[in-house]
Design a protein around this ligand. Structure first.
Ligand SMILES: [Zn+2]
Ligand SMILES: [Zn+2]
Ligand SMILES: [Zn+2]
Length: 135
């Protein structure tokens, strides 16, 4: 409850009090699920046992990022926070594309992306470049 009050204070301070709540990417540092939520998510029922341990990766947005180490994919406003990579150490974020109406599929690593433009070709986890095909 105190966190919520602090958040509201912060929002009114920066002048966003009347706009819709900003969604953020929350990531559990124990079971590694990702959820998009405005305000702190609830902590119960972590698959790793006990409560989730949420870490905020930043505001949701229309830029698609993928971690080259743990393959986590998310939509973010800015470059996401680097801490707590599932593969250990820091995430290694790569900007892939801007979210949009087109669907691209890599025939090598099976990644599916909805984007405006053809996503970046570098660092396909299957090796070499992604082989994007537009649906
Ligand atoms: Zn969890
Ligand atoms: Zn990672
Ligand atoms: Zn690929």
């Amino acid at each position: 409850m105190q966190n919520l009050l602090l958040l509201l204070l912060f929002l009114s301070f920066v002048g966003f009090a009347e706009s819709a709540p900003v969604k953020k990417n929350y990531f559990c540092t124990k079971c590694f699920i990702l959820i998009e939520k405005a305000g702190s998510p609830i902590g119960f029922n972590c698959r790793a046992g006990g409560h989730h341990s949420w870490f905020c990766l930043g505001e949701c947005g229309d830029k698609i990022y993928r971690c080259r180490k743990c393959s986590l994919l998310l939509k973010s406003k800015n470059s996401p926070m680097a801490f707590h990579c599932q593969s250990g150490g820091h995430h290694n974020w790569q900007f892939l594309a801007t979210f949009g109406e087109n669907t691209y599929h890599c025939s090598k690593c099976d990644l599916l992306i909805n984007s405006q433009e053809k996503p970046a070709v570098f660092y396909c986890p299957a090796g070499g470049h992604h082989n994007w095909k537009k649906y």
